[in-house]
Design a protein around this ligand. Structure first.
Ligand code: SAM
Length: 269
């Protein structure tokens, strides 16, 4: 026996049609209507599972005006399931506006656990600790990217990015943080899924012909180091014949320190 709710938030597969729970299918069959982003996308899933529930579209451009429409169903005693095109609604997908409005009216809501690209990714990529920061899609401008990656140097920083932009984005990150260690998850749960872990330059080399498919990316944190330890390392690298520029790239990749500052210190030494 499970409690009944008026609105169910239902995750759908992020690639493999089988990645949906028994309960999710049961709820999608039993509700009166399904609110979905794109009726054609959701219909494919419904056909696969012989779900005959009628779909109504809502998306980020009509979410607000759709609120009263969905409230009308609920006030008439009907139950709704909310899905997005793929994965978990409200995770980089619409739903926030609708939920906020329905909560104001005391409508009962629950979310089912299920497929999500970020959790699928972090559950198979080694991290230095439990903590991570997920920012959704990374900003598109170079300034926006630089700010967010330097503001979060000490964290595992996870973001979504489009395949056509990721290599350029990695270049910008390299210019701000150095050749740091990163992890890329591509096409998770699909035929050509892969996880690649390495420095930015290694990843760029691996994907030199471009990246296709859906991408999640994680930047590993840079370690903290005090000033004396940093100077000590600069000294060692200089004694081994490394140039100031090389030293600044190496040490800024390893530690939470600005590349230009290291360069200046190495050049002066
Ligand atoms: N709601 C979804 C979720 O729960 O993950 C995310 C929707 S967001 C609009 C779509 C982005 O999620 C894609 O551009 C990609 O960055 C990421 N994504 C979705 N499916 C993925 C997959 N199978 N593999 C890797 N990344 C994926």
């Amino acid at each position: 026996m499970t409690r009944e709710f008026q609105l169910y938030i239902v995750p759908t597969p992020i690639g493999n049609l089988k990645d949906i729970t028994f309960r999710a299918v049961e709820i999608l069959k039993s509700v009166d209507i399904i609110a979905c982003e794109d009726t054609r996308t959701t219909q494919k899933l419904l056909n696969h599972y012989d779900i005959e529930t009628k779909c109504y579209s809502y998306h980020k451009f009509n979410e607000k005006e759709r609120v009263n429409f969905f409230k009308g169903f609920i006030n008439a005693g009907k139950k709704i399931a909310l899905v997005s095109d793929a994965g978990t609604p409200l995770i980089c997908d619409p739903g926030t506006v609708l939920i906020e409005e329905l909560l104001k009216d005391g409508i009962t809501i629950t979310a089912l656990p299920g497929a999500c690209a970020v959790t699928t990714f972090v559950s198979q990529v080694p991290r230095y600790g439990e903590e991570f920061t997920f920012i959704g899609f990374i900003p598109r401008t170079a300034d926006g990217i630089k700010k967010i990656v330097t503001d979060n140097m000490d964290k595992h920083l996870i973001f979504y990015e489009a395949p056509e932009r990721i290599l350029k984005t990695l270049e910008v990150i390299n210019s701000a943080r150095g050749d740091i260690k990163i992890a890329i998850g591509r096409e998770l749960s699909k035929l050509f899924e892969e996880i690649k872990i390495g420095t930015i330059s290694e990843i760029q080399k691996y994907f030199k012909d471009g990246i296709k498919g859906e991408i999640v990316c994680m930047l590993y944190p840079s370690e903290n180091i005090d000033k004396d330890q940093l100077l000590q390392r600069i000294k060692i690298l200089k004694s081994k014949g490394f140039k100031a520029k090389e030293i600044s790239v190496i040490l800024s990749s390893l530690f939470d320190e600005n590349k230009n500052k290291i360069y200046d210190a190495a050049a002066k030494m």
